[in-house]
Design a protein around this ligand. Structure first.
Ligand SMILES: [Zn+2]
Ligand SMILES: [Zn+2]
Ligand SMILES: [Zn+2]
Length: 355
């Protein structure tokens, strides 16, 4: 067993220098006062398969972004070593991470190793989704985070909400959050509309912008030549407030269209997809998934007690067999029931509640 923080015996200029050395490490201590350098190194570590889950402690406060990728600040190497011991105990429940681990499993393991951690969204107007989770992005080994990863884990109950922080309406076409609304003509859908005061002539029923009635300092209807002296007697204000510069349509309210500034999609505002922005943590199902190494199928164990995945079924069957051997009288019936299900169901979806 390597001693905790054996790499602390060596100091490296940066992460590349550490990789070149070929040394092994159980964790890292980052000693820089430059936030940008800290972020770069942390991103390198988090996106490197052998080290992505390792603890990284900071000597200096390198700002909020670095903090989301690191495991806090330490005041001494002894503190780092003490904290690592707790970390190592939790890490012992699963094998070393490998490049073939799915992105989901890597993230769940990361959270499992840090039981107090809450994934907090980071707001960045330059980011396509406006909010993002830096650690989720950094753990994507290819550098290209799979879209919908958080939503996927959330829907499967592997992570859960801590707090709702914001609600966005995103583009249904490209998923970007940089959307906006624009008023258009409800008749021809162009944006060339203007707000005006419209008058309604009581004599002939003509409705036109007030400017068209003004002649020689008084209001005269161009259609019937009536002089409009008294509002409420000769004329009144029409309900229409807008006119279209292209089709001349008069209307009360413009049509509101949504549009995406990333892909130029335009459509009904109802078509935008609502996205909840939440702080998140590992759920009980996620903890079990990490310990069992089963992400996908295990959820069904928790979601529907009538069905289990094959490894779980085999484990439960073995357990039932051992139980039946120990207590022959009371458990012989349930053992028989379980072994029958095992042999008849190749996909191993069987109830084990009777065990
Ligand atoms: Zn779009
Ligand atoms: Zn129009
Ligand atoms: Zn008139």
């Amino acid at each position: 067993m390597p001693r905790p923080f054996e790499a602390l015996h060596s100091v490296y200029r940066d992460y590349d220098a550490f990789l070149t050395s070929g040394a092994a490490a159980n964790g890292f201590v980052l000693n820089t006062t430059d936030p940008r350098e800290a972020e770069t190194t942390l991103t390198q570590i988090r996106s490197s398969a052998p080290h992505s889950l390792k603890p990284v402690y900071l000597v200096h406060d390198n700002g909020p972004r670095a903090a989301t990728l690191a495991d806090g600040c330490i005041s001494s190497l002894q503190e780092a070593s003490t904290r690592y011991e707790r970390f190592a105990k939790r890490a012992a429940v699963f094998k070393e991470s490998s490049p073939t681990d799915s992105e989901e499993l890597r993230l769940l393991r990361y959270l499992y190793l840090r039981p107090e951690l809450t994934l907090a969204p980071f707001k960045d107007w330059r980011h396509p989704q406006l909010y993002h989770y830096p650690i989720v992005d950094a753990l994507a080994l290819s550098g290209q985070r799979r879209p919908g990863l958080i939503k996927n884990l959330r829907n499967r109950g592997l992570i859960e909400s801590v707090q709702l922080l914001d609600r966005l309406r995103v583009c249904p076409h490209c998923d970007h959050a940089h959307t906006g609304f624009i008023d258009v003509c409800p008749n021809c859908h162009v944006i060339d509309i203007r707000e005006e005061t419209f008058l309604h002539c009581y004599t002939c029923g003509n409705v036109a912008p007030q400017a068209e009635y003004l002649h020689g300092g008084r209001l005269t209807c161009l259609k019937c030549q009536a002089v409009l002296r008294h509002i409420g007697v000769d004329y009144d204000r029409a309900l229409d407030n807008f006119s279209c510069g292209i089709c001349r349509h008069l209307f009360v309210e413009p049509e509101v269209r949504a549009r995406c500034y990333a892909c130029d999609w335009s459509g009904d505002s109802e078509q935008l997809i609502t996205r909840r922005i939440e702080s998140l943590r590992l759920a009980d199902a996620g903890r079990i998934a990490v310990r069992s190494g089963q992400i996908g199928d295990l959820y069904s164990v928790l979601d529907d007690l009538n069905y289990v995945n094959p490894p779980y079924f085999r484990h439960m069957t073995d357990w039932c067999i051992n139980l039946a051997r120990r207590y022959t009288d009371t458990h012989s019936r349930s053992f028989a029931s379980s072994s029958t299900m095992c042999s008849t169901s190749s996909s191993a979806l069987a109830a084990t509640a009777s065990c």
